[in-house]
Design a binder for this molecule. Structure first.
Ligand SMILES: Nc1ncnc2c1ncn2[C@@H]1O[C@H](COP(=O)(O)OP(=O)(O)OP(=O)(O)O)[C@@H](O)[C@H]1O
Ligand SMILES: [Mg+2]
Length: 512
């Protein structure tokens, strides 16, 4: 007899409907899987065989052909265990098959018949409506993840026997309800490291606020122990909290990467990813023969922090150039080609020279000019060009260090309110441009519309371009930063002091 069960596979962060057809016929006992299965799916036939026996079902001693459609799509992962098991049970008439069409099945099955959670359930659940599916059957541990999607009926079970009982008598089972993890949405980000703990460094704090308000990339340059890492870690805490749809967007990426910690809960906090400087290109931008999202996609809508930037391999940093500009990364492989979103704010930190003390007020720098030159040569011009805010972080004064409670140290919550207001102003301006979310994403045409300069501002910018030898891109970036500074001040037009402050954040151009 022939049975067909629906399941799905992930391509990038999107879902494709997969049909699992099971035919049982006379012939020598055996089981074959067709339709580009990878080795995990191949192994699934052995797992299913043992599972059915251990769960108390009969394993048909006949010829079983399992065909996965569409035939040209590579099927990978253990999520087909459950649909294959259900298909065999239906084809061997051990369960009722008349309602199978209405459900989509996902799940790994252990040898004792219990169901184990699989990665990528959220993108599949989110695409169910498009695939014409109204009901989904998943392992209990994936239940909340699937239930995040409105309008989808989710059934979740602990083991295969329960799934079989359900299919024989669906009326007796209730669908899963979402338990309201979204209410925790705004709570967690408040527990983060707070700006209140940072002493002094008013200049760097201001830069952090501008970066948050406009989504600008930022680099801190300064001697060891001045607080660069400490400041960078506080950026996610002053970014506006994720909206529900943004949280879903981030959660989809984490779901595909198999990184959802509590299956079921949304990723409610802005991501903060801090890869080590030994990271390889593919781990940063994504890769593998079946591409997985890399650090830049895991930082989507959040912060990618590259601490000790000069320690990263140069060719690895070069990978960042295109994604920084486009907000997505396209990965082509012979077997598959996918696109992952990656709109993140880049924050980097570095010492000003190999010994770390160039320009320091107390400690003498021991590096030769040549050593310093080689050190900076590691960071290519094109990468630095994409960093809007270059900020010198100097060592704290002794009296600042010994302060008991930092003076004037605003909390992250206070700064976040100002950031939110500035972002709201920008969004109001972008009403006719739904793809723009923050000032840093503006293109040249937008600058002409929204960053018009008066004569005094234009003269200021021109002399900065001459003195610092700025590229056209760097000057565009100054305009974007000036726009954000004006938004923070609640002003409609760019003033010379907005442009002047924006020019100040070209520390590195000024050092060279
Ligand atoms: N501005 C500051 N306010 C309060 N504490 C600070 C400040 N700067 C540094 N510290 C203290 O010094 C520690 C080290 O700071 P941090 O790691 O941020 O330095 P860094 O600039 O990143 O140094 P390195 O260049 O060595 O990485 C912090 O954990 C904190 O305890
Ligand atoms: Mg550091």
């Amino acid at each position: 007899m022939l049975a067909r069960v629906w399941s799905a596979s992930i391509v990038g962060i999107d879902a494709v409907k997969v049909g699992v057809e099971v035919d049982i016929s006379g012939g020598l006992p055996g089981i074959i899987v067709l339709g580009l299965p990878d080795s995990t799916v191949q192994e699934s036939k052995e797992r299913v065989k043992a599972t059915l026996k251990n769960a108390g079902f009969a394993f048909p001693m006949r010829k079983i052909v399992i065909n996965l459609t569409p035939a040209d799509l590579r099927k990978e992962g253990p999520c087909f265990d459950l649909p294959i098991s259900v298909g065999i049970l239906a084809a061997s008439e051990q369960i009722k098959a008349d309602l199978l069409e209405n459900y989509l099945f996902l799940g790994e099955v252990s040898l004792d018949g219990s169901l184990r959670a699989v990665a990528g359930v959220l993108p599949i659940a989110a695409a169910a409506e498009k695939m014409g599916i109204a009901n989904i059957v998943v392992p209990a541990d994936n239940a909340q993840e699937a239930a995040l999607v409105e309008g989808l009926t989710v059934y979740a079970f602990e083991n295969l026997l329960e799934v079989a009982n359900f299919l024989n008598n669906p009326g007796r089972y209730k669908p899963v309800r979402f338990d309201g993890a979204t209410e925790k949405l705004h709570v967690k980000s408040l527990d983060r490291a707070d700006l209140r703990d940072v002493k002094g460094q008013a200049h760097a704090r201001r830069a952090l606020e501008i970066a948050a308000a406009g989504g600008h990339n930022l680099i801190f340059v300064g001697p060891p122990g001045s607080g660069k890492t400490m400041l960078a870690k506080r950026l996610p805490g002053i970014l506006p909290t994720l909206s529900f749809s943004e949280a879903l967007e981030v959660t989809r990426i984490y779901s595909v990467a198999g990184l959802l910690k509590n299956r079921g809960s949304l990723v409610c906090d802005r991501p903060f990813r801090s890869p080590h400087h030994s990271a390889s290109g593919p781990s940063l931008v994504g890769g593998g023969s079946f591409p997985r999202p890399g650090e830049i996609s895991l930082a989507h809508l959040g912060v990618l922090f590259l601490d000790e930037l000069t320690e990263f391999k140069r060719d690895v940093l070069e990978f960042l150039r295109q994604p920084l500009e486009d907000g997505f990364v396209a990965i082509s492989r012979t077997k598959q080609s996918v696109v992952f979103p990656c709109r993140f704010t880049l924050v980097a930190s570095t010492n000003p020279c190999p010994c770390g003390y160039y320009g320091d007020t107390i400690q003498q720098c021991t590096c030769s000019p040549r050593q310093r030159e080689q050190y900076w040569a590691k960071l290519s011009g094109p990468l630095m060009d994409r960093i809007d805010l270059q900020v010198a972080v100097n060592r704290l004064k002794p009296e600042e260090i010994t302060q008991q409670s930092p003076k004037g140290g605003e909390s992250s919550a206070t700064v976040r309110q100002r950031v939110q207001k500035a972002r709201d102003r920008a969004l109001e301006r972008f009403q006719s441009e739904p793809n723009l979310r923050c000032n840093a994403q503006m293109q040249s045409s937008h600058l002409q519309k929204w960053c018009q300069l008066d004569d005094a501002s234009r003269n200021l910018l021109e002399s900065a371009i001459k003195k610092l030898g700025l590229s056209a891109r760097a000057s565009d970036r100054i305009l974007k930063v000036a726009r954000t500074i004006a938004d923070l001040a609640g002003e409609e037009n760019l003033q010379p002091h907005h442009v002047a402050e924006a020019i100040q954040y070209r520390t590195i151009d000024r050092m060279q």
